[in-house]
Design a protein around this ligand. Structure first.
Ligand code: GLN
Ligand code: ZN
Length: 776
């Protein structure tokens, strides 16, 4: 029996530092308080700490070049010289400030973002979009049809050498050329980025040669695009690319990594590539294992992604061992690695910091460094027998069974309600046309009713008060009085400027998901469990560990207070179940659809209480519904079915006279317009100002019957729109939808703006609506 230990790999680790050191270093540099040397020194120490941590915890394939100051896709663009001309770079190394200009534009960053979703910073920044189906956002590379590439940086080589100087041999990570091009966009008509592959490959070839010369024996090349729907031409791009790369440095072995799904119909392509290793995500797509084992050549090193890189639950080690032991027996120790399913970038760093978490919940969790330990335990069991780690395995079993049977995860009442969901609960009593008549009669709103999306500026005073309350410097009564004052002032002002449907302003909310999570059972919140959303923006997603139930009304008293200050209708304001789900770490012992239904029931109860208290308009935001779409088209329908179902569940319990609004922070509805219509909200507000209403096309083509509030005011910019701009947008909107369907509102909530911007903008918006009324 050979004694080669089993190889373990993480694929990538969080960059941000346990105490968010990278964020603070970046912000300090951006604000001119520190030098680039100081920033780079902190970055270097974070890398060193990551490498040492992995070594000390027993990881054998330690990644390098997974670190990035801002984003690894941006790093790749810069490395290959894909810097658009606006940034003024011509040749040579790309300066740090050019890199940051591509990331952030010229504008100063405020410390807030409105929807848990980033927005470009000023005109000059590259666009940003979601990295596959994660909540990480990457900078979208831009390519022109005459795009030239050049190797401008040797970051992967430098980091490899930097680790080696610390005595740590790493496996550099590169974003593969096909995925890189596919993630980018062309700025010229008539070509696709992938057509640039022949020009790009020589850069990768040079780089691989340099890595080999520096002493690398393996390189990890990430091609997550292999889990997407590909057309034949894209598949052949992989074959072409890897033929070329294989020739670059024959002694350098390539571990081709896929994650976030299975290659499925791309598997034959993937397995035919001339690479030494192949990584599969067996957490997201365990079903691919049989095919993989059938089709993978025996000398291909299989990297089995068995530890979840996206979620934070402790693994069931014995059951993983049961699955992979036979594979190792068959293929041999040298041909199998065990790994995190994807980079650990998407999970928080260290559970040890969470000293305030409920002890049971804490015992069920595993963050990045705990996941390293899990990999090491698995490797020991596989290399030397389970008995060598019997205590660790027994503990993992005990934790798994405690979690399964814990009263904290089970709520019989919730489960019973879920069992008894009658399809009638998902339907309003009458169809929209009938409801519209009744609502019009009740609400008596003018044509082109004006409203806002919910939040008003979270000023420095508001945030200061919240912090003082959280610290205990302000007692509940003082804080509540302060919030009441803010709310009252907002109501009085809205009435004064003539808005038709008012909002309370959301001053009491820290975040549109957290605010609700904190009031629901089944949720836990962490103190330090940050994950990178983009650049220096990190989020701390709630943890949904148990059955979700509403303990008491969550928003009614604020609504009631606001409504008591005015005779105009004030909207009840809620976050929808799909958004709460998509922005949380979700338990893995129930289908997501079931968790979403539970949240749906909780919100349904809140809707009922708001209605009972007298609210005649209730808005349920679903900012994240679209971003939850699965990577593969074939999976869209099942997702949309349950997501829309959860929305209908929470919104359909009301009388026909009660008007349900929803809001979504985007407007690309073309492919999901049926689902949006199926939500059957009486009014939907969407973001359209930047597209100049073009994106309303989908609604027109569909003959969307319900009412729509297309945003007429871009809240991402401090600029105050003129009346004329908004009337012309509203006129454009009327080319797509009937005037009777039209509401007038901004693109999104106003929490990131200042009152100095919001006041004149909304005054103008009301004037624009009045102008429209006068010509009708
Ligand atoms: N009601 C929320 C607000 O106005 C909606 C935010 C969002 O959709 N992102 O802030
Ligand atoms: Zn929004």
């Amino acid at each position: 029996m050979t004694e080669t230990p089993i190889t373990t790999a993480t694929l990538g680790v969080p960059r941000i530092g346990r105490r968010r050191e990278l964020k603070f270093a970046l912000e300090s540099y951006w604000s001119g308080k520190s030098t680039s040397e100081e920033l780079l020194a902190i970055a270097r120490s974070l890398r060193a700490a990551n490498w040492r941590e992995q070594r000390d915890r027993g990881i054998s394939r330690i990644p390098s070049n997974d670190f990035s100051l801002y984003d690894h896709v941006l790093d790749t663009a810069v490395m290959v010289g894909a810097v658009p001309p606006t940034y003024g770079w011509h040749s040579g190394e790309v300066p740090l400030d050019t890199y940051f200009a591509m990331a952030r534009g010229g504008q100063i960053d405020t410390d807030q973002h409105c929807c848990g979703k980033p927005h470009g910073h000023g005109v000059a920044a590259l666009e940003m979009t979601k990295w596959f189906d994660t909540n990480y956002h990457y900078m979208v590379p831009e390519f022109s049809d005459d795009q030239a590439f050049a190797l401008t940086s040797k970051k992967p080589v430098e980091h490899f050498l930097e680790a080696r100087a610390l005595g740590i041999h790493t496996r550099p990570v590169l974003l593969g050329p096909v995925s890189f091009l596919k993630l980018g966009k062309s700025v010229d008509e008539g070509f696709t980025p992938l057509s640039l592959l022949p020009k790009l490959l020589p850069i990768y070839v040079q780089l691989l040669q340099k890595l080999a010369a520096a002493g690398a024996d393996w390189v990890q090349i990430d091609e997550p695009a292999l889990v997407l729907d590909l057309i034949p031409n894209e598949r052949s791009a992989f074959s072409y690319a890897y033929e070329e790369l294989a020739k670059a440095a024959p002694e350098l072995k390539i571990m081709l990594a896929t994650y976030f799904g299975a290659p499925a119909d791309n598997l034959t392509t993937a397995l035919s590539l001339p690479v030494a290793g192949f990584h599969a995500d067996l957490v997201r797509a365990p079903e691919q294992l049989a095919d993989l084992l059938d089709c993978a050549p025996h000398d291909l090193v299989l990297s089995l992604g068995v530890i979840d890189g996206r979620n934070i639950w402790r693994a069931n080690l014995n059951s993983i061992l049961d699955r992979i032991q036979p594979i190792i027996a068959e293929r041999g120790r040298d041909n199998v690695e065990i790994a995190a399913a994807s980079s650990l970038l998407h999970v928080p760093i260290d559970l040890e910091l969470e000293t305030d978490l409920d002890a049971d919940v804490r015992s069920w969790l595993s963050f990045a460094v705990q996941k390293m330990d899990e990999l090491t335990i698995l490797a020991k069991a596989l290399s030397h027998g389970r008995h060598t780690v019997s205590a660790e395995l027994a503990e993992a079993d005990a934790v798994a069974s405690a979690r399964r049977s814990s009263s904290k995860t089970h709520n019989r009442q919730v489960q019973a309600r879920l069992q008894n969901i009658d399809p009638a609960l998902l339907r309003r009593k009458q169809n929209f046309a009938e409801r519209q008549k009744q609502q019009d009669a009740k609400l008596q709103l003018p044509a082109f009713p004006t409203t806002t999306i919910g939040s008003f500026p979270q000023t420095w005073e508001v945030r200061k008060a919240r912090a003082a309350h959280a610290r205990g410097d302000w007692d509940d009564a003082a804080y509540e009085e302060f919030l009441k004052q803010e709310t009252r002032a907002a109501i009085v002002w809205q009435e004064e400027i003539g808005l038709d449907v008012l909002v309370h302003g959301e001053f009491e909310r820290n975040d549109m998901v957290q605010y609700f999570g904190e009031q629901l059972s089944g949720f836990a919140f962490t103190r330090h469990a940050w994950v990178q959303s983009y650049g220096s923006r990190y989020v701390r997603p709630p943890v949904i560990f148990g059955d979700v139930a509403r303990m008491r009304p969550m928003t009614v008293s604020w609504w009631r207070y606001a409504q008591s200050q005015t005779s105009k209708p004030v909207k009840g304001m809620l976050t929808g179940p799909v958004t709460i789900l998509n922005w949380s770490f979700v338990r893995d012992d129930l289908p997501r659809s079931a968790v979403c239904q539970q949240i749906g029931l909780a919100i349904r109860d809140e809707v009922a209480d708001l209605e009972q208290a007298g609210a005649s308009i209730i808005q349920i935001d679903e900012a994240a519904l679209r971003e939850g779409l699965p990577l593969r088209k074939a999976e869209w329908k099942p997702y949309l079915d349950w997501a829309v179902g959860a929305f209908r569940l929470c919104s359909s319990g009301v009388a026909d006279t009660t008007q349900i609004h929803t809001h979504m922070c985007y407007s690309e509805f073309n492919q999901i317009i049926d689902a949006i219509a199926d939500m059957d909200a009486d009014v939907i507000s969407i973001e359209t100002s930047r597209s100049r209403m073009e994106l309303l096309d989908a609604f027109k083509t569909y003959s969307y019957p319900n009412e729509i509030g297309p945003g007429v005011y871009d809240i991402h910019s401090p600029r105050v729109p003129e009346v004329g701009e908004m009337t012309s947008l509203l006129e454009l909107a009327q080319q797509h939808i009937a005037p009777a369907q039209l509401w007038v509102n901004p693109d999104c909530g106003l929490k990131t703006r200042r009152w100095e911007e919001v006041r004149p903008a909304l005054v103008n918006m009301v004037a624009a609506a009045r102008q429209l009324r006068s010509v009708c």
